[in-house]
Every structure is written in structure tokens, then in C-alpha cells.
Design a protein around this ligand. Structure first.
Ligand SMILES: Nc1nc2c(ncn2[C@@H]2O[C@H](COP(=O)(O)OP(=O)(O)OP(=O)(O)O)[C@@H](O)[C@H]2O)c(=O)[nH]1
Ligand SMILES: [Mg+2]
Length: 302
């Protein structure tokens, strides 16, 4: 067709309130688990790039933290990282959930879209959870709220609608170069991904405020090629003394469980054996400490 010979590329920001499935979508598009996903909101804390190469284009997806009414310094940085992608994107994908009619945070996000001139595709996600006839009224509702260039029902979990989404994005993207070499999948380092896998297990295993009070830093990441092994040492930072005991658990049982589950996922991701050592440290009130927020990689990098 007429498109033959044209190469298109660009940045595609994935935005939405917490827990709508942004990171699940990124992973589904890339075909690798580069972003952690959990059933709890506010899982993602950084912007994470995932690069999809197709025959006649390169799409650089930007997964972002969920946009919400943030009160703490950490949460404000998370929201700022998400809003920042408005400026670095050629197309935005706004995600909402099929299981709920427009949530007040969806409306807040739509309001912030009014001042920008980017094409925005609305993705109604989790359609595997609802009956088909409930989707049309939802499309109608959102159509009245904003002029989306397209509204696509999808399931990031089953992959339903994703190939259509890729086609539509390609149509919208400008002509452009291949920004990254074929083998580049993400901008994140192996250390970052290892730390995130540990954080995912903590979010899944620990309750109440613990997931929100935890940061993970990989201190050492060494490949031992002779033994076909990667040795990883990581520090789990908590904000208070009492949280340290919870992360360690009775006779170390919790820490052991976190370590085992993280190791199994890392072995899959890095396709090699992993030797993982975890340490727990109290870094008092780090979620409110600008210096520590910077150390842990949560401050904006221009
Ligand atoms: N049934 C179903 N569940 C989904 C779908 N997409 C995501 N989920 C689930 O929704 C939950 C949240 O998914 P995430 O991908 O972590 O959501 P997120 O938008 O990245 O969340 P934050 O990082 O907290 O903003 C997880 O339990 C996912 O498995 C879907 O299409 N169908
Ligand atoms: Mg996420």
C-alpha cells in the first residue's frame, strides 16, 4: 500500500490513575516483564521506557506512575513523573477500567489533557472482566468528556485489542528515525529491574503501609560467567524501626519468602541462576526526605 517505505517513530505515554493496568499493558506490548505489576495501587514509581520495533516503525512506550491526588513528597514526585510524559510524548494513551464508570481521578486527568495538543487514545482496559453490552455506554460517557482520537476497548491481561492498538498508533505517529538500536528493550538498568522485582514481592507479601514505606536499592550486581550465575545484593529500606521487624518476619520467615519469590522471577528474567542476598535497613522517614528520594531514584531527572 502507500505506506510502504515510510518509517515512523515516536514516544507514546501511558497514563491513567493507579491500578488501571498501565504496566501490564507495557509488558504485553513489549512481550517481557520489564515493569512490575500488582493488585495494589501506586505500584509504579518511575517512568519506564519500553521499546517496540515493528517492520516499519519504532514505538517508544513510557509507562508512568498512576496519577492521583498526591499528598506526600514521594507521591508528588510520582505524579510529577507521570505528568512530565505529557511533554515528552507524541501520542498519549489514557487508560481507564471497564469495571467502573468515570472515576473522579479519571476526570481530573481528562481536565489536565485540555491544555495540551497531543492526540490522546482512550483505552478501556480489563474488558475480560465485564459483559460486552456494558462497554458501549462507557465509550459514550467518555466521548462526551473529551475528544479522544480513538477509543479502544482492550484487555492488557489477555492481549485482546492490542494488535489493533499498535496499528492505530502507527497511523498517528509522525515519520521519524529509529531512535534506539533493535536490541534495546528499555532504558532501565538490570539493577533497577532487579530492585523492582524485590519491591513487587514486598508489595504482594506485606500489608498496610509497608509497601508504601519501602524502597529497594541493588548494591551489588555481579555476573559470575564461570558459574553461570549472577550475584545480587540488595538493601530494603524502610521508614521506621517497627517496619524492619515486619519485613524480616518471625525468625526471618518474611525476608526469606520475599527473597525466594524474587529470585525465581529474576532467574526467569535474566535467564540464569541468581544468588540473592537481602539486607533490611531503617532509613528514617525517607519518603519525606528530599536527599533520600534522590538517592533512591525518585527525583525528576531532566
Ligand atoms: N482482569 C484484568 N486485570 C488486569 C488487566 N490489566 C491489568 N490487570 C490487573 O490490574 C492490576 C493492576 O495492574 P498494573 O499494571 O500494576 O496497574 P498500573 O496502572 O500499572 O498501576 P500503578 O503502577 O499502581 O499505577 C493487576 O492486578 C493486574 O493484573 C486486564 O486487562 N484484565
Ligand atoms: Mg504500574
Amino acid at each position: 500500500m502507500d505506506a510502504i517505505g515510510i518509517f515512523k517513530s515516536g514516544f507514546i505515554g501511558i497514563i491513567g490513575r493507579p491500578n488501571v493496568g498501565k504496566s501490564t499493558l507495557l509488558n504485553a506490548i513489549i512481550g517481557e516483564k520489564i515493569a512490575i505489576t500488582t493488585y495494589k495501587p501506586q505500584t509504579t514509581r518511575n517512568r519506564i521506557m519500553g521499546i517496540k520495533n515493528i517492520e516499519n516503525g519504532q514505538m517508544i512506550f513510557l509507562d508512568t506512575p498512576g496519577i492521583h491526588r498526591a499528598t506526600t513528597p514521594l507521591n508528588q514526585l510520582m505524579v510529577a513523573a507521570a505528568m512530565d510524559t505529557f511533554r515528552s510524548s507524541d501520542v498519549l494513551l489514557m487508560m481507564v477500567e471497564a469495571t467502573e464508570s468515570a472515576h473522579r481521578d479519571d476526570l481530573m486527568i481528562i481536565d489536565s489533557l485540555r491544555n495540551i495538543r497531543l492526540p490522546v487514545i482512550l483505552l478501556i482496559n480489563k474488558i475480560d472482566l465485564v459483559r460486552k453490552h456494558t462497554i458501549l455506554p462507557l465509550i459514550d460517557r467518555f466521548q462526551h468528556l473529551f475528544t479522544f482520537v480513538e477509543i479502544i476497548p482492550v484487555s492488557a491481561l489477555t492481549g485482546d485489542g492490542i494488535s489493533l492498538l499498535i496499528e492505530r498508533i502507527w497511523e498517528i505517529l509522525p515519520e521519524g528515525p529509529k531512535y534506539f538500536p533493535d536490541e534495546t528493550m528499555t532504558d532501565k538498568t538490570e539493577r533497577f529491574i532487579a530492585a523492582e522485582i524485590i519491591r513487587e514481592k514486598i508489595i504482594l507479601l506485606a500489608h498496610q503501609e509497608i509497601p508504601y514505606a519501602t524502597a529497594v536499592v541493588v548494591d551489588s550486581f555481579k555476573e559470575d560467567e564461570k558459574k553461570n550465575l549472577i550475584r545480587i545484593q540488595a538493601i530494603i529500606h524502610v521508614a521506621k524501626n517497627s517496619q524492619k521487624g515486619i519485613i524480616i518476619g518471625k525468625k526471618g520467615s518474611m525476608l526469606k519468602e520475599i527473597g525466594t519469590r524474587a529470585r525465581l522471577d529474576m532467574e526467569k528474567f535474566f535467564a540464569t541462576r541468581i544468588y540473592l542476598e537481602l539486607f533490611v535497613r531503617v532509613t528514617k522517614d525517607w519518603t519525606h526526605d528530599p536527599r533520600m528520594l534522590g538517592e533512591f531514584g525518585y527525583t525528576e531527572k531532566k
